[in-house]
Design a protein around this ligand. Structure first.
Ligand code: PLP
Length: 400
């Protein structure tokens, strides 16, 4: 009989996809829907990067490159890690891939045997748990205690480590919570990791440049002796508004980077040669414009927060120090009734109500392993963001 593999039946499709699907269906019926569900900047890829890519095509950068990236891009990645993070990777310790997503997926496939465990902090980016499952492992979800700004303590980490634990997956700034760990907090986590020689750390730094308050520190920067068992993952998608170019990169121990190259060599080969040229231009080019982008995002964050105060106590929203998402607690709306008389029992019910009543697409916290919450991305134009927040407040006012 015709069927998918057991490996695939363990995984579920992206829950952010389900929201987008409903939004698309309503839009096709002529409804105007504002999407706060996309993890993507509305800015254009900067002109100097566009031009470098066009020149790259004309100059013939249109062929296969080395599987893990061209020497030119690898050199740019090495320079980036040194300049921004104080990390001294060599060219055999870095790799470029088709998005950070490919690196994360391949890292799980390269290291997880059946029954191995990976520790993930809730709320978490939706793909980590499914990647671990597809690789044959078990995601172990740790939910930080209340009032800790969505960050785990060393004790919470220590309590969940077993002889089967292979990975601690850290994502700071975090999608969806915006959580950012201080250097001391990372050091304290490293103190726990150090006691378990089989445990590795995946540091997903993709939102590194989008920090409003506090300072970004990469895990190995905080604990240099963790270098040999940390995979430091980053990419150009979120920093340079380059989601569609599909270019991510990582630094880590040579044996692991070699494993990732092996997987790429038998699946996708090199990431797009044109995107590699663009990424090198992004990493080596001017960085000052990022300050302006960050200020615009901060202003959007603050505007959205002030409008959404109007929906308290149904929604209570903490100010995220980083990334471009609000993670709104919606416990106050659970149990309420809609004007049509439907009961809101879960955050997914509330997300559905907001699409239908407010015309705004958001993602329920359930998708990120923590309920009842809503994730609202604020990386869209000021006007649309303002309208969306006002419509959410108006729709919340109709709940009884
Ligand atoms: N890691 C996190 C936390 C993300 O939010 C995303 C994208 O949404 C990615 C990784 C994947 O990024 P890329 O576009 O480089 O594959």
């Amino acid at each position: 009989d015709l069927r998918l593999s057991d490996r695939l039946s363990a995984a579920s499709p992206s829950a952010t996809g389900a929201v987008s699907e409903l939004a698309r269906r309503l839009a096709a019926q002529g409804r105007s829907i504002i999407s706060l569900s996309e993890g993507e900047l509305d800015f254009d890829t900067p002109a100097h990067i566009q031009h470098a890519a066009i020149k790259g095509i004309v100059d013939g950068h249109t062929r296969y490159t080395g599987v893990g990236g061209s020497p030119a891009l690898k050199a740019a990645i090495v320079r980036k890690f040194a300049r921004d993070n104080g990390l001294d990777y060599t060219e055999s310790e870095v790799i470029a891939a088709t998005g950070a997503k490919q690196i994360l997926f391949n890292a799980m496939l390269a290291t997880i045997d059946p029954g191995d465990e990976a520790i993930i902090v809730a709320p978490f980016w939706v793909s980590y748990s499914e990647m671990v499952k597809i690789a044959g492992g078990e995601p172990v979800v740790v939910t930080p205690g209340e009032g800790r700004n969505f960050k785990i303590t060393p004790e919470e980490l220590a309590a969940r480590i077993t002889p089967r634990t292979r990975w601690l997956i850290l994502n700071a700034p975090c999608n969806p919570s915006g959580a950012l760990y201080t250097r001391d907090e990372l050091r304290a986590l490293a103190d726990v990791v150090r006691r378990h020689p089989r445990l590795m750390v995946l540091s997903d730094d993709i939102y590194e440049k989008i920090v409003y308050e506090g300072e970004f520190t990469s895990f190995v920067q905080a604990a240099p002796d963790m270098r040999e068992r940390t995979l430091t993952v980053n990419g150009v998608s979120k920093t340079y508004a380059m989601t569609g170019w599909r270019l991510g990169y990582a630094g880590g121990p040579a044996w692991l980077i070699k494993g990732l190259e092996l997987l790429q060599s038998q699946s996708t080969s090199n990431p797009s040669s044109v995107s590699q040229v663009a990424a090198a231009a992004a990493l080596d080019g001017p960085q000052e414009f990022l300050d302006g982008w960050r200020d615009r995002l901060r202003a959007r964050r603050d505007m959205a927060l002030s409008i959404l105060q109007g929906a308290a106590p149904l929604l209570t929203v903490a100010r995220p120090p980083a990334a471009f998402y609000l993670f709104a607690n919606c416990a106050g709306a659970i149990g309420a009734r809609t004007p049509k008389g439907d009961r809101i029992s879960t955050d997914s019910d509330l997300a559905r109500y907001l699409i239908e009543e407010a015309g705004v697409a958001v993602v329920p916290g359930t998708a990120f392993g923590l309920a009842p919450y809503l994730r609202l991305a604020f990386a869209l134009s000021d006007e649309r963001l303002k309208l969306a927040c006002e419509q959410i407040v108006a729709a919340c006012a109709l709940l009884t």
